[in-house]
Design a protein around this ligand. Structure first.
Ligand SMILES: Cc1cc2nc3c(=O)[nH]c(=O)nc-3n(C[C@H](O)[C@H](O)[C@H](O)COP(=O)(O)OP(=O)(O)OC[C@H]3O[C@@H](n4cnc5c(N)ncnc54)[C@H](O)[C@@H]3O)c2cc1C
Length: 385
């Protein structure tokens, strides 16, 4: 049973503890038999179930309530719990938030009304389309062009590595509108998946499969009302969305790490080596101690960043970067140790730790690679001098 003592930390209110209990129960009751061989269908079903259970209400603001806001601690608690049970469930939940974050934070009332009721109910799937073949980390240099033509914009170019690509109903798209150079010339748009001129050019397979695609836009015409925020504001919108959701990636890594520790403890207690429980071996104890320490340190960073954001900080880039960098890199170490403690079974296809070993890797690359998080942290420190 995963350690849940962190829920008594002062970062949380009672509503968070209640939420942690309810998502735990839901995960135990619903996540036993996810079919990882058919990720498209599994994600559709998961989104529908998470919508029905109202957990998706946490992924976007309520368009009918002007006081509604995203609560990062709730997002983190749900992601951590889902990731501990099943990585695909975490993915399906997370994308509903990432794909609509720009609407929650910057959308017009009409845009929110058109889409957020559906995504919160699990009736529409969303995606966040920023990366391009030549600009992943180098976001300010994206090239996909949005050219103004009367009352429309016309989109031409490519996006790649788009999670939910192929199954999403709507794409939050970042495109070059040219108000200025680099980051100053990007705008954000909402693009329905069935818009003529948008096609799925390629589905991408990874070591931990989930729906992913390369998208091509050819003379794809969208109305100017699809613009989110003001022209030229796209880079700021993308960074603001990542400022909320980066801490939640860290929370997912934390969930994977907690599961790895649970599996390692159970293995060490259950297996006999050299005539005694494996847990009696001091080097195994050393691994377990390192894992527990990494997990608690990551949890402190994750929930500090989330609490800070929820407390009203406009930007938490430094704290979110620290949380993501530490939690994802150290989850990789924790999971590696769990694999080691499992011996041959640790690398056996289908074992839980083998799955975790594959699932953690991409979290150190997307939403800003670890190296990029270091740059964000260093810039903040250097600016203080
Ligand atoms: C599974 C998965 C899901 C994804 N989902 C989405 C999505 O939904 N939407 C979306 O828009 N994108 C998505 N991405 C894309 C992701 O954000 C990019 O892959 C990531 O930003 C890295 O970009 P790149 O792959 O072009 O690598 P590059 O930008 O070429 O970087 C390669 C490596 O260089 C290093 N590096 C980069 N910059 C620096 C620097 N300044 N200093 C030092 N080292 C550096 C890092 O180690 C980095 O991993 C996803 C990617 C993956 C793998």
């Amino acid at each position: 049973m995963a350690d849940r003592s962190f829920l008594s930390w002062p970062f949380f209110d009672d509503r968070h503890r209640e939420l942690a209990d309810s998502i735990e129960k839901w995960a135990e009751d619903n996540l036993g038999g996810i079919d990882h061989d058919n990720v498209d269908e599994a994600c559709r079903v998961l989104v529908s179930q998470l919508g029905e259970a109202k957990f998706l209400h946490h992924t976007a603001i309520d368009p009918d309530n002007a006081a509604s806001r995203l609560d990062v601690r709730s997002l983190c608690l749900i992601r951590e719990t889902l990731a501990r049970h099943d990585g695909l469930a975490d993915f399906a939940f997370a994308m509903q938030g990432l794909g609509t974050g720009a609407l929650s934070l910057f959308g017009s009332q009409g845009q929110k009304q058109s889409w957020l009721h559906k995504t919160r109910a699990g009736e529409a799937l969303s995606a966040f389309a920023l990366s391009e073949p030549q600009s992943g980390s180098d976001v300010a240099n994206i090239e996909l062009a949005a050219t103004r033509d009367g009352v429309d914009y016309v989109l031409n170019g490519e996006k790649t590595w788009i999670s939910n690509g192929g199954i999403a109903d709507l794409y939050t798209l970042f495109a070059r509108t040219g108000e200025g150079a680099g980051a100053k010339g990007i705008s954000a748009f909402i693009v329905p998946a069935d818009t003529p001129g948008l096609r799925i050019a390629e589905r991408l397979e990874t070591i931990a499969p989930h729906p992913l695609a390369r998208l091509v836009f050819e003379n794809c015409r969208i109305p100017a009302s699809a613009l989110i925020g003001a022209p030229g504001q796209g880079f700021r919108i993308a960074m603001s969305v990542l400022d909320v959701f980066r801490s939640t990636v860290a929370a997912a890594a934390l969930g994977f790490a907690r599961r790895a520790l649970d599996e390692a403890v159970s293995r060490a207690n259950g297996r006999h080596l050299f005539g005694a429980p494996m847990a009696d071996l001091q080097m195994v104890q050393g691994h377990i101690a390192d894992m527990a320490l990494d997990i608690d340190a990551a949890a402190l960073l994750v929930y500090r960043a989330a609490w800070l954001k929820d407390s009203g900080a406009e930007r938490v880039s430094r704290e979110a970067a620290m949380a993501k960098l530490y939690a994802t890199d150290h989850a990789q170490n924790v999971i590696d140790k769990a694999v080691q403690i499992h011996g041959g079974d640790g690398v056996r296809k289908g074992s839980i730790v083998e799955r975790l070993y594959r699932e953690i890797r991409a979290l150190r690359i997307y939403e800003g690679a670890s190296d990029v998080q270091k740059i964000i942290i260093a810039r903040h420190e250097l600016a203080r001098g």
